[in-house]
Write a protein that binds this ligand. Structure first.
Ligand code: ARG
Length: 278
């Protein structure tokens, strides 16, 4: 369809230019040819994308199904209508456009979102997922797109720091790196909850003394939970990427190519800036 439109356009261009008189017909004809072939090339590139999408295998044909835990602003949260919004939905929407796939977002708690991708119920877990050596055996990760570190969130003036963390009850979201690291270091001082709304409720109610979680997200929660403060930890910086169900290298490559384009043209950075400054 696009192709016919392009041809029609080129034809109209020829006719209108031909009507302009005969004095410089030769150069007009040349220009027209260049224009027409440029249009044709663009059209073919578009067709190429469509062919690529047709060749991509996903769990629901024509769609990219992602699992996510939308309790994680600014990466993913829900708006008043229940739609999932944030850095990652916006990024995935653009990637899907490039791939010619429709984005399907399945919302659930984090541990279930990880599991869905591992078991092939979603194509990928897109949920602020940190790449770890252990997770690499369960997922094919894309290239990473941003970095965070763990932070401690507590009531203002609590005096809780990395040095005395072991003396306190630590709340975490189940299955997160914050959960994995603190459980390794402090064992039964750690209480796990399914969602961050439950973790913050527990902190505000005094059931736990602090939370260990990704700093960029802690910052967003602090903005809506008065009376809390955050401090740094000495845990290693973590890279976020999308964790694909294992064994679909063509799909991971296509997503990586699209992601690389969004990095190169500044789109990724402007999306990060837009949500981080809010
Ligand atoms: N980056 C951490 C991890 O991969 C936490 C991610 C939690 N994500 C979420 N949407 N709740 O374990």
């Amino acid at each position: 369809m696009k192709k016919y439109l392009a041809l029609l356009l080129a034809l109209c261009l020829c006719l209108s230019l031909a009507a302009c008189g005969s004095s410089n017909n030769a150069s007009v004809a040349e220009n027209t040819e260049t224009d027409a072939s440029a249009v044709a090339e663009n059209t073919e590139a578009g067709a190429g994308d469509a062919a690529e999408a047709a060749a991509l295998t996903t769990i629901n044909a024509g769609k990219l199904t992602i699992s996510t835990s939308p309790d994680f602003p600014p990466f993913e949260s829900t708006d008043d209508s229940g739609a999932v919004i944030g850095i990652e939905p916006e990024l995935m929407e653009l990637i899907c456009q490039k791939l010619g796939l429709e984005l399907q977002i399945d919302a659930m708690d984090f541990d279930s979102a990880l599991m869905a991708a591992e078991q092939g119920k979603s194509d990928a877990v897109v949920s602020g997922v940190t790449v770890t050596e252990e997770r690499k055996s369960s997922y094919d990760f894309t290239d990473s797109y941003t970095t965070i570190t763990q932070a401690i969130v507590s009531k203002e003036g609590s005096g809780i720091t990395m040095e005395n963390l072991g003396d306190y009850t630590i709340g975490v979201q189940r299955g997160t790196t914050g959960h994995i690291y603190t459980e390794e270091d402090f064992g039964d001082k750690v209480v796990a909850y399914d969602t961050y709304s439950l973790v913050f409720q527990a902190l505000n109610n005094g059931q736990i003394d602090c939370i260990v979680m990704d700093d960029a997200v802690a910052k967003a929660y602090l903005a809506t939970n008065p009376g809390l403060e955050m401090t740094t930890t000495t845990y290693e910086p973590e890279e976020y990427a999308f964790g694909f169900h294992k064994g679909n290298p063509d799909l991971v490559k296509a997503v990586n190519d699209a992601l690389a384009e969004l990095k190169a043209d500044g789109t990724l950075q402007s999306i990060l800036d837009k949500y981080m400054s809010e």
